[in-house]
Design a protein around this ligand. Structure first.
Ligand SMILES: *Cc1c(COP(=O)(O)O)cnc(C)c1O
Length: 412
């Protein structure tokens, strides 16, 4: 039957088949999973805002006042007041001239890359960038130079080769599966020297890093130095949707050329209302960001103390690198038996040979919960013979990258 069963069987054989687990109730620090209460260590609801009473109420109020949906793209049936208001707040939050809402971070990234670069241009992309950036590069029809992870020298070599064709450097601020941080000041400098735009995706930086949770760029003291900031409303801000902050002309260009903005319905009022309230909570409770940072440190140290390989994480995202996808799944299931839910992450989300548990701390986890969670994972790992250093050698995992090895990739 058109190969569907065969393809599913192939995924199962390779240990790469995925399924959706059922969770009851909201995304709290503990959840009911398949009928049992577990400690949730893999949600991006970093500040616990997704089910905060004020955020819920704001979503409900917005639905009452403005309805459930936006009706059309804003270029067709108009912006609602709420869209305008949120964009104003987001621009202020990021210290930018202007902001623009998108349906999601995935849509924002695909739209922005393709709007800012085209055939004949070269886009420079970190090899561990999020899939939405990878897809944006593909859609842009530009050539893509994939530079080795956080490797400024490799990037510079690519920039020199591209010469005047160099158009855009794009990077995750905090890398989504590793929790390490991009070398932002070096990137700003290279972008300037080579006359390129720089775009930083703050999906995991917003609400987590920098003063007031303003993100990795602010944390590096580089506010105002980055041309394009992308953020999501779906992670630390607890709702759904995304935004881009940039100069007014750049935003105007996106309004006119970013296809996911033009051809997709605007974010619905309840999401916009929720994001407004989440932003004001973030402003009035800077302690939340501090609590998240401390919890990230606690989780990382507790896992390292169990002898687990946690890579270069510096944030609330802590990987436990296993290597083989089947072993990563086995570790996930074993940890679940101990009441800890940390989803295994496998290719193509991460490079082949680097399957892992991706753990995340939330501000509303208790320290004793995080420590107990690390103990469970440590015990589960030992019972499966998983210890430190289970990764593939770097060269191997690089060559096995689903997107192909680093270097210049010509548009098809
Ligand atoms: C999750 C994520 C996105 C996508 O954001 P959504 O709003 O969930 O679509 C984009 N970039 C990075 C780095 C992410 O981790």
């Amino acid at each position: 039957m058109s190969g569907i069963e065969e393809r599913l069987a192939e995924l199962r054989r390779a240990g790469l088949h995925r399924r959706r687990r059922l969770i009851e109730g909201p995304q709290g620090p503990r959840v009911c999973l398949d009928g049992a209460e577990v400690l949730l260590l893999c949600s991006n609801n970093y500040l616990g805002l997704a089910d905060h009473p004020r955020v819920r109420q704001a979503a409900a109020d917005a639905a009452e006042r403005y309805g459930a949906g936006a009706g059309a793209s804003r270029l067709i049936s108009g912006s609602m007041e709420l869209h305008r208001k949120l964009e104003g707040r987001l621009a202020e939050f990021e210290g930018a001239e202007a902001a623009l809402l998108f349906g999601s971070g995935y849509l924002a990234n695909t739209g922005i890359v393709a709007a800012l670069a085209g055939a004949g241009d070269v886009v420079f992309s970190d090899e561990l960038n999020h899939a939405s950036i990878v897809d944006g590069c593909r859609l842009s029809r530009a050539d893509t130079f994939v530079y080795r992870h956080r490797d400024l020298e490799h990037l510079e070599r690519g920039l020199r080769e591209a010469g005047s064709r160099a158009r855009l450097i794009v990077t995750d601020g905090v890398f989504s599966m590793d929790g390490d941080v991009a070398p932002l000041s070096g990137l700003v400098e290279l972008a300037r020297r080579h006359g390129c735009l720089l775009a930083v995706d703050e999906a995991h930086g917003t609400g987590a890093l920098g003063p007031g949770g303003r993100g990795s760029v602010a944390a590096a003291g580089l506010s105002g130095e980055v041309d394009v900031i992308i953020g999501t409303l779906g992670k630390a801000l607890g709702g759904y949707g995304a935004y881009v902050c940039a100069s007014a002309p750049l935003i105007d260009l996106l309004v006119n050329t970013a296809r996911p903005l033009i051809f997709s319905t605007a974010p619905p009022p309840p999401s916009v209302g929720a994001a407004l309230e989440a932003l004001s909570l973030l402003a009035s409770r800077p302690g939340l960001v501090e609590q998240l940072r401390r919890n990230g440190d606690t989780l990382r140290e507790a896992l390292a103390a169990e002898g687990l390989e946690v890579g270069d994480s510096r944030t609330q995202i802590v990987p436990v690198i296993v290597g083989d996808p089947r072993r990563a799944m086995a570790l996930c299931e074993r940890a679940l038996e101990g009441g800890v839910f940390a989803q295994a992450i496998r290719p193509p989300t991460v490079p082949a040979g680097s399957s892992r548990l991706r753990l995340t701390a939330m501000a509303n986890h208790r320290v004793d919960e995080l420590r107990a969670g690390a103990l469970v994972i440590g015990r589960a790992a030992r019972s499966l013979g998983i210890g430190g250093g289970a990764t593939m050698p770097d060269e191997l995992s690089r060559a096995a990258r689903p997107e192909g090895p680093a270097g210049l990739r010509r548009a098809a």
